[in-house]
Design a binder for this molecule. Structure first.
Ligand SMILES: Nc1ncnc2c1ncn2[C@@H]1O[C@H](COP(=O)(O)OP(=O)(O)OP(=O)(O)O)[C@@H](O)[C@H]1O
Length: 852
């Protein structure tokens, strides 16, 4: 027993030491004057070396004791502590009497072989001190060592009964004897095996705990590359936080009231109590900000929770007062205070910060990069022989025509190589230009284009197609820095230039795009590339497409996202428009939408959609007055020629109107055609589409029609294109996105929660249809009653109110207003001022309506 007591005394001292060490570490650090710093480091270094030396000493003493115990045990046992002063006490231990005494105390009197665990503690402490940070967790190490000492010593004592050497030490043997006495040999064996199994299970299945820890780390925003959490876990965790923060970020900044009682489920805190003391300690030390996540047992990562913010209680609200938050296209039902938490009747969060349009579909996930594929190698293949051959051909051909050159250089692009030549002084540029066909002949290659001169470079360019062409994958463009980190309103990744630079522009500043190209040259792929770029960057609340597809098959794939990204006419089943008559109606509806948006902008005193939306987001525009967040609208027409042939002016006029005016209100047009002839791309259309793309066309005339320059007839197809933008014509290789990729992306979006229906365009009724219907009360408009209620409720007799609120065209709204006047609900027209409303109450109105 004495043997054991002395060992425990030693352990107690070690425990005490750790306690004081921890106390010291946790006390707030005093500012150390700069001049004192070296002294401080010296102390740490000395202590660390000391600790490691103690560890080494213990290890060697114990190891030595294992082989010398027969000789030394007797001596140490005979003299006890006095062994240090006895003259003829000769021992074999490598560390002499001290080593023998230590080995004997820790192994024989202590824990047997398990005593080696004690050395680990000193090594851990030494390493921590040396590194100046916590490489090992001391408290945890200490706990493991104590547990290990007991379990291992008892087990060894049990399983090595009768051995000469004391494998389990005095402690192991004593406890083993007690156990055998209390629960018998079999019971002891089962107990020890169970403890061993328990340890193995505990070590093998710590995943829950780790996951929680990692989530916390990742969620804290420090998604460093070397973080042990996998990207997926980090994403998941970030999402959790994003979801919880999105409603509260602004609140946080502004210190607005947040009341969040715990739900019963939260009280369980199952997932979140898994963090153990050590992790907590580590988190606290590593990152002060994390305190807000770990100092609480509330579930930090559930969707509803909020980070701790200064709290001021809001006025208590009855459960019935909390309205259901419906998903709607227009944000009119969202008051300036958003109320969340209809299910948990007592819980509510009030957000008085900025309006956030994306909250309509708060769980919407953008498509992932993995949904796109890399088509072949992204590296441009440069064939030196080919380059050399072409260079010599060009020089020789020019020589044949007596044209000398000073210098020639080459830039290898994905599909073509640009040879730039600097002619000798005195050579006329037009001579080279005229030799285009001859050079093409001598190079025996299709698709030679001569740019004489290259604007701004003072050289002449000869583009020669590569023998081995590289496909430009959409994935490469989407993952590029420029695409990911731009602040364009409508970023579109079109393709790569000859110098392999990515061509990524803002559709909003183009502001419309005309595309032409003979069949099979890459137009459909081009349209998909544009649509996919926008889908990768925009939230459904920020963008709507009006898709016109007379061929019926090209854009039908996008019908899956109609409740997310498409707009349609009221009362229509299909959002994608394939019928010419409906195209006319849709274009006119878009014109009405444009006019309505202009009215809104005028009222808000904003010059464009950006300013307007900024104002709306800042809650400076009242939704009660018809204001709403305006998504961008992109009209895509896949085959324009077909429409013009069948509907002519009826199509051309609204298109021209939209092209002229719609830019400021966020409506942009992408129009594609196979036949770029002058009767299709008329002067009026061309004048309003400054940005134009030409894929390979069949004649120079077509090229001129679309680009005002030749060259598109020389292209080589498969996405090789010329874009005329900002006054310059650039040759690009269009990004390639295959149908299965588009399919994957639209499925991914389509499977997510969307709006209840597509975005509704205003109703358009053809004037001709209205012509027969005068302001006759016996033939009232079907929306007459609704309009009357609207006017009476608002007490404003304005046609534009009917237009906006009921999404009607000007003509129809005007006609309803005339009928309201005849019914005595509003007064006479007063020019630009609203009419007087003659009915004050709804009850009065109902009487009038009943009498009609
Ligand atoms: N950017 C590109 N990179 C590589 N190959 C392309 C590219 N664009 C198109 N192609 C190839 O050309 C083929 C035809 O393209 P696409 O279907 O886009 O032509 P199109 O002009 O729309 O034809 P149509 O007018 O008949 O629909 C594609 O199937 C593809 O193999």
């Amino acid at each position: 027993m004495l043997r054991i007591l002395s060992t425990f005394h030693l352990l107690l001292q070690v425990g005490k030491f750790i306690y004081y060490y921890r106390q010291m570490a946790n006390t707030p650090k005093e500012e150390i004057p700069v001049t004192d710093t070296p002294k401080d480091n010296r102390l740490k270094l000395t202590l660390s070396i000391l600790s490691i030396l103690i560890g080494l000493f213990l290890f060697i003493s114990l190891a030595s004791y294992i082989s010398t115990w027969r000789e030394d045990q007797d001596i140490v046992q005979r003299y006890g502590v006095k062994v240090f002063s006895v003259k003829d006490a000769e021992v074999e231990n490598l560390f002499g009497v001290l080593g023998a005494y230590t080995g004997h105390s820790l192994i024989y009197n202590g824990f047997g072989i398990a005593a080696f665990l004690i050395t680990m503690f000193f090594f851990a402490m030494g390493i921590n001190l040396f590194a100046g940070k916590r490489v090992f967790r001391l408290w945890r190490t200490f706990k493991y060592i104590v547990a290990g000492l007991l379990v291992i010593s008892i087990s060894l004592a049990f399983f090595t009964q009768g051995a000469e050497f004391s494998w389990g030490g005095a402690t192991g043997e004593l406890i083993k004897d007690w156990l055998i006495k209390w629960i018998g040999k079999l019971g002891t064996m089962i107990l020890l095996i169970t403890v061993g199994l328990f340890y193995v299970i505990w070590q093998m299945n710590p995943s829950l705990k780790f996951a929680a820890g990692k989530k916390r780390k990742a969620a804290n925003g420090s998604l460093e590359e070397n973080d042990t959490a996998t990207a997926a876990e980090a994403d998941e965790a970030k999402l959790f936080i994003d979801e919880s923060l999105e409603t509260n970020n602004d609140t946080h900044k502004k210190g607005v009231a947040v009341i969040m009682p715990k739900t019963p489920a939260e009280d369980d805190g199952e997932e979140f109590t898994l963090i153990d003391e050590d992790e907590e300690e580590e988190l606290m030390e590593n990152n002060e900000e994390e305190e807000q996540f770990i100092l609480t047992e509330e579930p930090e990562f559930t969707e509803d929770i909020v980070p701790r913010v200064p709290m001021t209680p809001t006025k208590p609200v009855q459960a019935e007062d909390i309205p259901d938050l419906e998903l709607t296209q227009n944000n009119e039902n969202i008051p300036s205070e958003i109320i969340i938490g209809k299910e948990e009747k007592t819980a509510r969060i009030e957000v008085k910060g900025d309006y956030e349009p994306t909250l309509d579909l708060r769980n919407y996930k953008y498509p992932e990069l993995d949904m796109l594929e890399l088509h072949g190698t992204e590296k441009v293949i440069m064939d030196k022989e080919e380059l050399e051959e072409n260079k010599n051909q060009i020089i020789n051909t020019l020589k044949n025509y007596d044209i000398q050159i000073q210098r020639i250089s080459a830039t290898v692009g994905p599909t073509v190589t640009l040879y730039e030549i600097v002619p000798a002084p005195g050579v006329r540029i037009s001579r080279i230009k005229n030799l285009e066909d001859d050079i093409a002949l001598s190079l025996a290659a299709l698709g030679i284009r001569i740019i004489a001169p290259i604007p701004g470079r003072g050289t002449i360019g000869i583009e020669v197609p590569n023998v081995n062409k590289t496909t430009v994958s959409m994935r490469a463009l989407i993952s590029s820095e420029k695409f990911q980190n731009n602040n364009f309103s409508l970023p579109i990744a079109i393709g790569k230039k000859i110098n392999n630079e990515n061509f990524i522009v803002d559709l909003a500043s183009m502001p419309h795009l005309l595309m032409a190209g003979a069949t099979g040259q890459g137009k459909s792929v081009g349209i998909n590339a544009l649509l996919i770029s926008l889908l990768y960057k925009k939230h459904p609340s920020q963008l709507k497409f009006v898709l016109v597809d007379p061929k019926k098959v090209e854009l039908s794939i996008y019908r899956l996202i109609e409740n997310h990204f498409l707009a349609k006419l009221p009362g229509e089943d299909e959002a994608i428009i394939t019928d010419t008559k409906k195209v006319v109606t849709s274009l006119n509806a878009l014109c009405i939408e444009m006019d309505n948006r202009y009215d809104l902008l005028k009222e808000a005193a904003c010059r464009n959609i950006k300013e307007y939306n900024e104002k709306f987001v800042k809650r400076r525009l009242n939704p009660e007055k018809g204001h709403q967040f305006l998504p961008f609208i992109v009209l895509v027409i896949d085959e324009f020629a077909d429409l013009i042939m069948t509907a002519g002016k009826e199509i051309e006029l609204p298109i021209a109107r939209l092209a002229q005016l719609a830019r400021a209100v966020g409506i942009h047009l992408i129009i594609a055609t196979q036949r770029p002839s002058v009767n299709i791309i008329t002067g009026i259309i061309k004048a309003n589409f400054p940005a134009r793309i030409a894929f390979k066309v069949s004649s120079k005339i077509d090229s001129r029609t679309i680009l005002d320059a030749g060259g598109a007839e020389q292209l080589i197809g498969k996405g090789d294109m010329l874009i005329s933008y900002n006054g310059a014509i650039t040759r690009l290789q269009c990004a390639f996105v295959d149908t299965p990729e588009v399919d994957k992306i639209v499925h991914f979006i389509g499977e997510q929660q969307g709006y209840p229906e597509p975005y509704l365009l205003p109703e358009y009724v053809d004037d001709k249809e209205l012509a027969g219907n005068g302001a006759d009360l016996s033939d009232r408009d079907s929306l007459f009653d609704e309009a009357a209620k609207l006017i009476v409720a608002n007490q404003v007799g304005s046609t534009s109110l009917i237009q906006r609120k009921m999404k009607l065209g000007y003509n129809r709204a005007g006609r309803i207003m005339d009928q309201l006047e005849m019914a005595g609900i509003v007064g006479k027209s007063q020019g630009s001022k609203p009419r007087d409303v003659l009915v004050q109450t709804e009850a009065h109105l109902m009487e009038i309506l009943d009498g009609l």
